[in-house]
Design a protein around this ligand. Structure first.
Ligand SMILES: Nc1ncnc2c1ncn2[C@@H]1O[C@H](COP(=O)(O)OP(=O)(O)OP(=O)(O)O)[C@@H](O)[C@H]1O
Ligand SMILES: [Mg+2]
Length: 251
């Protein structure tokens, strides 16, 4: 099989502290215009792995890293960090809107990165809210504080805020774990919609979600990518906990 290079390629990546190996020899391909999902037990290194994609791991001085993360074939360390983080955005597990209006939350990034007229800024805010599936619910409330929105609406606002700087890759780290089933369903629909225009990287504990929305699923266990298609996990006692994930993936 010929493997097409992905928009992000991880090659032989190791991340460790003085006391702990967090990621071991990770190889991974993130495909363009697809939902690329990473699953695995708590503490397996999922968040650390995706933080290497836009160099957020550099914010933790204890972490040592070697190996390569390539974005469009070029080492992420060869990009300017601000531009890299604009192009590869991250939405966190807990919605974290700024204590400002809905409009200002979405306008924040574009104002920082681009010189824009008010009309152009209005257009970006509108388009980002539409893309995040939130516009109809908030169109008359753009001056209202973002903190007054429901949790599910706040999470879609954070997605709109991430989209407003026109990223190429949108990473979401357990974006629905604090949401009710209806809000979760809306964000799952959105992920599938977004892949037409963006590359989505999803971290989730929710195997049902992984099966519903993903174009590809990688299993991380103890900092290693495990080839569950070859049922490597099933044969090895040290992967006892990972078996649970594989059984659910198979459903
Ligand atoms: N900055 C850091 N300093 C020290 N140890 C860290 C740091 N970041 C992560 N770790 C350790 O690396 C391991 C993996 O953490 P990580 O947050 O990547 O796991 P995870 O798979 O995202 O877990 P969860 O599903 O609970 O979010 C953990 O043992 C954690 O304690
Ligand atoms: Mg995590």
């Amino acid at each position: 099989m010929i493997r097409m290079p992905g928009i992000i390629e991880v090659r032989d990546l190791n991340v460790a502290t003085d006391r702990q190996q967090i990621l071991s020899n990770v190889h991974l391909t993130i495909k363009e215009n697809a939902v690329n999902t990473i699953v695995g037990p708590s503490g397996s290194g999922k968040s650390t792995l995706i933080r290497t994609f836009n160099r957020l791991t550099e914010l933790y001085p204890k972490l040592r890293q070697n190996g390569q993360v390539l974005f469009h074939g070029k080492d992420v360390r060869d990009y300017r960090v601000i531009s890299l983080r604009r192009r590869i955005g991250l939405v966190f597990q807990k919605p974290n809107p700024f204590p400002a209006s809905i409009y200002d939350n979405v306008a924040f990034g574009p104002k920082l990165h681009m010189k824009l007229t008010r009309t152009k800024l209005d257009e970006i805010v509108h388009d980002s809210l539409v893309s995040a599936g939130l516009y109809d619910e908030v169109k008359h409330l753009l001056d209202k504080s973002a903190l007054e929105l429901s949790g599910g609406q706040q999470q879609r606002l954070c997605i709109a805020r991430a989209l407003a700087v026109q990223p190429e890759v949108l990473m979401m780290d357990e974006p629905t774990s604090s949401l009710d089933p209806i809000a979760k369903g809306k964000i799952e629909d959105l992920m599938m919609e977004l892949r037409n225009q963006y590359t989505v990287v999803l971290v989730t504990h929710d195997m049902g979600q992984a099966n519903r929305v993903s174009d590809s699923i990688d299993l991380l266990y103890n900092g290693r990518i495990v080839d569950y298609d070859k049922a490597e996990v099933m044969k090895m006692p040290e992967f006892e906990q990972a078996k649970h994930f594989v059984m659910k993936l198979a459903k």
